[in-house]
Design a protein around this ligand. Structure first.
Ligand code: UTP
Length: 474
């Protein structure tokens, strides 16, 4: 189609929804800028925007807290150890992995603004000795799975339009982090425009809509739209092992977790950690009117966050760490055209630079805008038999979110070393300690070498780690 025909079609659609201003600078743009603008405009679902503006932008969405909120049952795998269910779960999980019924899925479409790193977060060098990037750590995890279970799971990676090319370039430059190229699939998530408070779509430049990724909840729709679900179905993939790009401690494919998901016939399962404090900034697992869900820390009434059980323990103690096993068939169901149940949107208020495309000068100014995102945990209440289980924080959760302080590269490196030292000690290796109790060596265990403490025990190990040394087991 010619540029002019595309322009007229775009203007018709945008105009029909009261958003013709997005093309307001057309006459003042050169052809390159016009093409870029049309690509942005053609990415916008104007009908969807129109349906959301009233409820989420012009009005502040009312946070509806269900009448009945209770603490959910949270499985503790330790208390199941050696039970009949535990044995069955191990068998079911291991068979699913061996038979290729499990795929790994990383959501990596976020903007990573808090870390302030220039480039896709998966390229961030996170490991304590080799400074391996996050993507490499996960790729080595997949190789560990292949070593242990004889099958390399396929790895799906969701990017966003803003980081897709850069992410793919990282894989190409690194030789696919040692994986066969055909084991990795990329696809791109959807975007949503930011809105001015009156509901007008915001422009970041005269020829650019202020678009940002539609949240990790957009991953479900993107799995369908990209054809990934169909490919999984054709290849016999039944379970999707979902994790975020920022947590190097994650057990990317966990046989026990997958097995419990299977034996409990859950459609979407989650891992939780014991919260570090009553008001820790993590989502809270709750039973709302009898259904498992996650309520954000900012939405959980304080009285509930502070509530204690008769024995003094915290009532709402299970914090969400965004690790899930999700049935492929469940994603098909909730993303089917016309599906009754949909993920809700969440509003975030931001202050960003915008331009008025109708103004000839197009000088940027700071403005309040509303961004809308979907969260993947909102799928949990839609799932049958949704299950949540505890995992120790020190074993599996130390994300890189901020440049400094909590959840930063420094805390993540510290936690990687602590875990490596603990695994080695459990395997009978002597690891020296400093006076403050921290390991007196910088130790890194590649997930290709060992996936967990039990796996490590079957590997060739030194008798002791030298004080002050830097050690890599790979
Ligand atoms: P975060 O909530 O930490 O957001 O994402 P972020 O965009 O990465 O970082 P900030 O808030 O700008 O600092 C959690 C996980 O969800 C993915 C991220 O890549 C990360 O793995 N994510 C987030 C997406 O894939 N798409 C999104 O639209 C948002």
């Amino acid at each position: 189609m010619s540029l002019d025909a595309r322009y007229r079609a775009a203007l018709d659609t945008a105009g029909a929804h009261g958003q013709a201003h997005v093309l307001g600078a057309w006459e003042r743009l050169d052809d390159d800028a016009r093409r870029t603008l049309l690509e942005d405009v053609e990415r916008v679902d104007f009908a969807l925007c129109a349906s959301l503006i009233g409820e989420y932008v012009r009005e502040r969405p009312r946070i509806v807290i269900p009448d009945r909120i209770e603490a959910p049952p949270v499985l503790n795998p330790k208390s199941l150890a050696m039970s009949a269910e535990w044995t069955r779960a191990w068998e079911a999980g291991e068979s699913a992995i061996r038979e290729g019924r499990v795929a790994a899925f990383t959501v990596a479409g976020g903007q990573g603004t808090r870390l302030g790193y220039d480039g896709p977060k998966g390229g961030y060098r996170v490991s304590p000795v080799r400074e391996a990037p996050l993507f490499q750590v996960f790729a080595e995890g997949l190789r560990g799975v292949q070593r242990r279970f004889g099958r390399l799971p396929r790895w799906y990676i969701m990017t966003s339009p803003g980081n897709h090319d850069a992410t793919q370039a990282l894989f190409e430059q690194s030789g696919w982090y040692g994986l066969p190229r055909e084991a990795v699939r990329f696809f791109t998530q959807g975007q949503m425009p930011a809105f001015l408070p009156d509901g007008q779509i915001a422009m970041s430049e005269r020829h650019r809509i202020a678009l940002s990724p539609d949240g990790h909840g957009g991953s479900l729709r993107a799995l369908r739209d990209s054809g990934a679900l169909e490919e999984m179905r054709n290849d016999g993939v039944e379970q999707i092992s979902y994790f975020q790009v920022d947590n190097p401690l994650v057990h990317i494919i966990d046989p026990l977790f997958i097995g419990l998901h299977l034996v409990r016939q859950s459609e979407m399962s989650s891992k939780a950690v014991t919260k570090a404090s009553d008001t820790e900034r993590v989502g809270n697992f709750c039973l709302a009117d009898g259904r498992l869900c996650v309520i954000e820390y900012s939405d959980l009434p304080e009285a509930l966050a502070l509530r204690k059980n008769p024995d003094g323990s915290r009532t709402f103690d299970a914090g969400s760490i965004a690790i899930h096993v999700i049935d492929r068939a469940f994603v098909e169901r909730v993303t089917a055209p016309g599906a009754a149940a949909r993920l809700p949107w969440h509003r975030a208020d931001k202050r960003v630079a915008v331009v008025d495309p109708m103004e000839a000068a197009g000088v940027p100014r700071l403005a309040d805008v509303v961004k809308l995102e979907m969260f993947v945990f909102d799928a949990i209440p839609l799932a049958r038999n949704a299950m949540v289980m505890y995992t120790p924080r020190e074993e599996e959760f130390s994300p890189v979110k901020n440049a400094e302080g909590a959840d930063s590269p420094a805390t993540s490196r510290r936690d990687q070393v602590r875990r490596a030292a603990r695994w080695l000690r459990e395997a009978g290796v002597r690891v020296p300690s400093r006076e403050d109790g921290e390991p007196d060596a910088i130790i890194e265990i590649s997930p290709a070498f060992a996936l967990d403490a039990a796996d490590l025990r079957s590997r060739p190990l030194p008798g002791a780690i030298e004080r002050g040394s830097r050690v890599v087991l790979e």
